[in-house]
Design a protein around this ligand. Structure first.
Ligand code: GSH
Length: 258
């Protein structure tokens, strides 16, 4: 079987390519990124939201090149080198960016400690409930109707719980915050399950439709998104059930996503 990188487009396209072009010079922060990756997309949105100077470097995480394993021994994007130190894991990186650049606005975490804790509870919900259900749905095969319906209902249920917490237009109200950053890449990519797995934003609820619109039209989100057709080769593998990423292997084995 061909490796996932054999026909994979190697660089960002569309608006994301323009953003990459603006971030070629060395900076304190080097961003090791894969244009197609939703986990990676979180970090990219945060860097753009806050106007942080960074150098963009494209990585194909499936190749597990030695230089990259030195940066992230888990071999996954996103990763960052900040003043010579390596940092990885999208959720850790989002908190790191907030901590390392306090003067860069907007703040993506509220100032009140209980509000910050509330954000972390819902980020945890996205990581443990929304993302796994979304992957199970994409990977469920059309001839496994029961599995497919269960995954779709689990996704609806997870999204409805999140929907009930949204103040509007964004999760925390007028301020665009980390919960929005963390869920945004999955909203931008829900067209895959809409086209192939019967997912409908309206079936989550009216509030979700409005929220999804607000997120997908946010400038930092749009200017870090590549053209859809370039990602087809990747999503087709998930849809056919022959994706071999670490996340896909975990979903197949019923383990938590790494
Ligand atoms: N928990 C990680 C995070 O949140 O940063 C997940 C990152 C992840 O799974 N990245 C994928 C990757 O690097 C790309 S979307 N895959 C390479 C592989 O699975 O071998």
């Amino acid at each position: 079987m061909a490796p996932p990188d054999a026909t994979l487009h190697t660089v960002a396209t569309g608006r994301a390519a323009e953003t990459v072009a603006q971030h070629q010079n060395p900076q304190d922060l080097t961003f090791y990124s894969a244009w197609f990756c939703p986990f990676n997309h979180r970090v990219w949105i945060a860097l753009e939201e806050k106007g942080i100077p960074y150098q963009y470097k494209e990585v194909n995480p499936y190749k597990k090149e030695e230089y990259f394993l030195q940066i992230n021994p888990r071999g996954l994007v996103p990763a960052v080198k900040y003043r010579g130190k390596a940092i990885y894991e999208s959720l850790v990186l989002l908190e790191f960016i907030e901590d390392a650049y306090p003067s860069h606005k907007p703040n993506l975490l509220p100032s009140d400690p209980s509000d910050r804790a509330h954000q972390r509870i819902w980020i945890d919900h996205i990581a443990k409930a929304v993302v796994p259900a979304s992957m199970r749905l994409t990977m469920a095969q059309p001839n496994e109707q029961e599995k497919l319906e269960t995954a779709r209902n689990e996704l609806y249920e997870a999204l409805r719980k999140l929907q009930n917490e949204i103040k509007g237009p964004y999760f925390a109200g007028e301020q665009f915050t980390l919960v929005d950053v963390v869920i945004a890449p999955w909203i931008l990519r829900d067209y895959v399950s809409a086209e192939h797995r019967g997912f409908k934003r309206e079936d989550v609820g009216e509030g979700w439709v409005k929220y999804a619109k607000a997120i997908e039209t946010r400038d930092s989100v749009c200017r870090t998104m590549s053209e859809r057709d370039k990602a087809k080769v990747i999503y087709d593998r998930y849809l056919r059930g022959d994706a071999h990423s670490e996340a896909a292997k975990a979903v197949k084995a019923g383990r938590p996503i790494p």
